[in-house]
Design a protein around this ligand. Structure first.
Ligand SMILES: Cc1cc2nc3c(=O)[nH]c(=O)nc-3n(C[C@H](O)[C@H](O)[C@H](O)COP(=O)(O)OP(=O)(O)OC[C@H]3O[C@@H](n4cnc5c(N)ncnc54)[C@H](O)[C@@H]3O)c2cc1C
Ligand code: SF4
Length: 809
């Protein structure tokens, strides 16, 4: 006769354990499952996607009714187990059903923590935990407009994003100074806030709710500082508590959760516990990956398969908010005994931090680009020793590259979960590749569900593929511009032209973006392409730009900005220098520095001082922050130099005056040298001009940054007019064919020098290109001047605390 197993809790952890058990010992047990919710097992993680409109209720069912039938499982949904008789080994539900067990698994999950505030029982105050809550929010959004989410953690922000998608006006109240303060450091948190504000979310930070206002239904919140916010829907997302009521009333040892050992055994023989309700070595987890690991260990135990037991988990978090890439794993905070490697790129809105203790990586925070997440997470889990090559972990290093993803995969055990959302292990993916012939991430997704939910594990799935098949065996599938569309850059630009699309929203709608808001990769790119194709019709979408381009200054690591005024050709005057010096004194500028591009950088400026400083300077913006022409470096040329054959300064000034403010796919640097000695280093610039006897050489595609590249010679010309003609044609051709964020060096490598030469060879083609660039240049205005002149734009530089309460709330 089969032994009887009863599972209490039809949720993610419990059912995943049963799935494993059925694989290991299909005929060993007669299985009964009780679940309080009236649904089959569904993917709770994806409630955020349901709320955001990215998935329907049916899409998130993991095991439908037929699955239970097929496996001869007796399922009682809508039944809450209220009593365990340990002597008789039976359980009883609130509906009066009794079931016998030989082995009993408690997987009762968590309960959302509801703040015990006066008014918390009012209509319109809900949690975000299950399908019922999700439906309540969707229903409320049909009638009400103002939502407040209490809690700026992962769950709160996902709820807020969903409510925004339901067209509600959403404010997030957070008691801490920083969002997601349990997973992120200040820098990442600040970047996250800026990004979410851009999406329309409002924040009330450092606010402690005192009372929920309203009569029958909620009408607002009052905080301990006396301030209030209006609300007709309040979502509490302030944490969870292990659901231990049943265990407690049955005399099973509990602490915060149900106490279990490495084999998931509770204090009572024959009773086990897994999932959010269980506490192992003092930790009750709140994410699925560890719960699946627990389930896999328990399944082995129950199937009689040898196991070393559950050893605890390192967890990683990924925020499922479209357009925002955030990853956090392990111990992210700086401590006296830790050191960190940090990379921050304000142009791209990217921040990466790896925390190291005793030579081992113990934590990581990534913002903007989370492609390193799975590799770093594997290193954290494997306790990888990086002593002596700490920097290469983030930066890489020629000669001693950091371990590849595939090498790290080799160190993972088959049980380790790769896709946390769907509980797919490395072993299952390897099996799909070896036994079912999967050879692309898409095929693995279709076969195993790995990467089918939040998509965060895609790089890790790709690493498993490379590990099993080698790089040559992996099918490469055409990549879209970003995860929101399968269309590449050329197809998108072509559609913008042929369908006369003039706004990002239109592009996303018409071209059926999977994510209607776009992401941090496609939004700025679309803004650029639209402006390039339709310079007159397209209104610049400021909110799509990265912070530096929005504020027209470079943000520094301490949150201050740097100001670089234009100095055409690197030439200045005593009058300008005096003014700069006076302004540096007036604003107590902590650092004045000469840049590599021959101009003056005023560093350490407060955001609120920027408009005033620009007005006092009365000089054009140097665009040191933008994807635009930066500088034209010059030597003194024939004006002073004994060797000079041409007027390098004059030529440089003309070029800079002509092309300043031009939007380009990536930054553009130019230089003009007065003779082949090339003192202005023109042959490592995007466009370099070198004087020769009787004319000029024009060089293109150089780069002096991380990937050094010498220029290619484009052609030789005789006159200054020809230099201007060829440079205009070249820049416009790059603008029209370059991918957003692609420097000319990469662009030339991609499309080939011959194609560029061919495109510019005919005079009529150069004239046409110049016609188009001139049209764009005619429309460009100095952004500093615009901000000085327009009160509405200046307002964005006023600190939050000085803005009126109305404008903040
Ligand atoms: C909106 C949202 C987004 C999330 N996003 C992520 C994410 O991105 N990544 C991640 O890793 N995790 C995420 N989580 C957390 C994740 O969903 C949980 O960790 C996971 O669902 C917990 O699984 P569990 O089986 O322990 O509990 P649950 O899934 O809660 O299942 C427990 C079930 O037991 C039932 N039950 C309780 N008591 C009884 C009883 N006495 N009798 C019968 N039935 C009972 C409950 O009704 C419930 O259905 C998210 C959670 C939410 C709510
Ligand atoms: S490049 Fe030639 S002209 Fe210019 S400074 Fe050097 S030597 Fe003089």
């Amino acid at each position: 006769m089969k032994k009887k197993i009863v599972l209490v809790g039809n949720g993610m952890a419990g059912v995943s354990c049963i799935e494993q058990l059925l694989k290991l010992a299909p005929n060993r047990y007669e299985i009964t499952i009780f679940g309080s919710e009236p649904h089959p097992n569904y993917n709770r993680i994806l409630l955020s996607s349901v709320l955001a409109g990215d998935a329907g209720m049916n899409d998130i069912v993991m095991n439908d009714w037929s699955w239970y039938e097929e496996h001869n499982i007796t399922l009682h949904t809508g039944h809450t187990v209220t009593h365990i008789d340990k002597e008789r080994k039976t359980v009883r539900t609130d509906m009066g059903i009794t079931a016998e067990y030989d082995e009993l698994i408690l997987a009762t999950g968590s309960l959302p923590f509801m703040l015990p505030l006066p008014g918390a029982d009012k209509e319109g105050v809900i949690a975000f935990r299950d399908i019922k809550d999700c439906k309540a929010m969707m229903e409320a959004a049909k009638t009400y407009k103002k939502a407040v989410v209490i809690g700026g953690g992962l769950l709160g922000l996902e709820a807020a994003r969903g409510l925004l998608n339901l067209h509600m006006d959403v404010s997030v109240v957070h008691i801490n100074e920083y969002l997601m303060n349990l997973q992120l450091d200040r820098t990442a948190s600040h970047m996250l806030q800026l990004e979410l504000e851009k999406q329309g979310m409002k924040f009330l930070l450092k606010k402690n709710t005192e009372t929920i206002l309203g009569k029958k239904r909620v009408s607002g919140l009052r905080f301990t500082d006396g301030s209030e916010v209006e609300a007709d829907l309040v979502v509490m997302a302030v944490g969870i508590r292990p659901n231990v009521a049943l265990a407690k009333s049955s005399g099973i040892a509990i602490n915060r959760g149900i106490v279990v050992n490495d084999y998931l055994e509770t204090s009572v023989p024959g009773i086990y516990s897994i999932g959010e309700c269980a506490e192992h070595r003092g930790v009750a987890y709140g994410l699925v990956a560890p719960l699946y690991e627990q389930g896999a260990v328990l399944a082995k135990r129950l199937a009689g398969v040898e196991t070393a037991g559950y050893q605890g988990s390192v967890v990683s978090t990924k925020l499922k908010v479209s357009g925002v890439d955030v990853f956090s794993a392990g111990e992210y905070a700086d401590k006296p005994e830790t050191r960190a490697v940090r990379v921050q790129d304000d142009f791209e809105g990217i921040y990466k931090k790896v925390v190291i203790r005793d030579g081992k990586i113990i934590g990581a925070v990534l913002f903007g680009d989370i492609s390193d997440g799975s590799r770093l997470f594997a290193m954290i889990r494997n306790g990888e020793d990086v002593t002596g090559k700490e920097k290469t972990v983030l930066l890489g290093e020629s000669g001693t590259p950091a371990k590849s993803g595939a090498e790290l995969i080799a160190a993972m055990s088959d049980d380790e979960v790769v896709c946390g959302c769907n509980g797919v292990s490395k072993g299952a993916i390897v099996q799909a590749i070896q036994e079912k012939g999967c050879s692309s991430v898409g095929e693995i997704k279709a076969c195993t569900k790995a990467s089918a939910s939040c998509g965060g594990c895609k790089p890790l799935v790709a690493d498993v593929l490379t590990y099993v098949l080698g790089a040559e065996g992996v099918k490469t599938v055409k990549e879209g511009m970003c995860g929101c569309t399968p269309l590449g850059r050329d197809e998108v630009v072509e559609s913008i032209r042929s369908m006369r699309l003039t706004t990002s929203k239109e592009v996303m709608n018409v071209l059926e973006w999977s994510n209607p808001e776009g992401c941090s990769k496609c939004r700025p790119a679309l803004n650029y392409y639209l402006g390039m194709v339709w310079p007159e019709e397209h209104a610049d979408e400021r909110e799509s730009r990265f912070v530096n381009e929005r504020n027209h200054a470079n943000i520094q690591k301490d949150g201050t900005y740097s100001v670089v005024p234009r100095m055409y050709g690197g030439v200045t005057t005593p009058k300008d220098l005096k003014r700069i010096a006076e302004i540096a004194e007036k604003y107590e500028v902590p650092l004045v520095k000469m840049t590599g591009g021959q101009r003056i950088d005023l560093l350490g400026i407060k955001k609120e001082d920027l408009p005033g400083m620009w007005a006092d300077l009365d000089m054009p913006s140097g665009y040191a922050y933008g994807k635009s022409l930066r500088t034209v470096k010059t030597c003194v040329g024939s004006t002073f130099c004994r060797f000079g054959t041409q007027d390098a300064m004059g030529m440089g000034i003309q070029l800079e005056k002509k092309f300043e403010r031009l939007n380009t796919p990536a930054k553009v640097k130019m230089a003009v040298s007065g003779c082949p000695r090339n003192c202005a280093e023109a042959t490592i610039k995007d466009f370099g001009v070198v004087a020769i006897d009787g004319g000029w050489e024009l060089h293109i595609g150089g780069n002096g940054g991380t990937k050094l590249r010498g220029t290619d010679l484009l052609c030789k010309v005789k006159t200054e007019e020809e230099v201007l003609e060829w440079s205009g044609a070249f820049l416009q051709y790059y603008r029209e064919t370059g991918k957003y964020n692609e420097r000319t060096a990469e662009w030339i490598e991609r499309i080939g020098l011959e194609q560029v030469k061919a495109a510019l060879a005919a005079k009529e083609d150069r004239d046409a290109l110049n016609g188009r660039i001139d049209k764009t240049l005619d429309l460009m205005k100095d952004p500093w001047k615009e901000i000085i002149e327009q009160q509405e734009l200046r307002q964005t530089f006023v600190p939050m605390e000085e803005q009126s309460a109305e404008s903040i709330i």
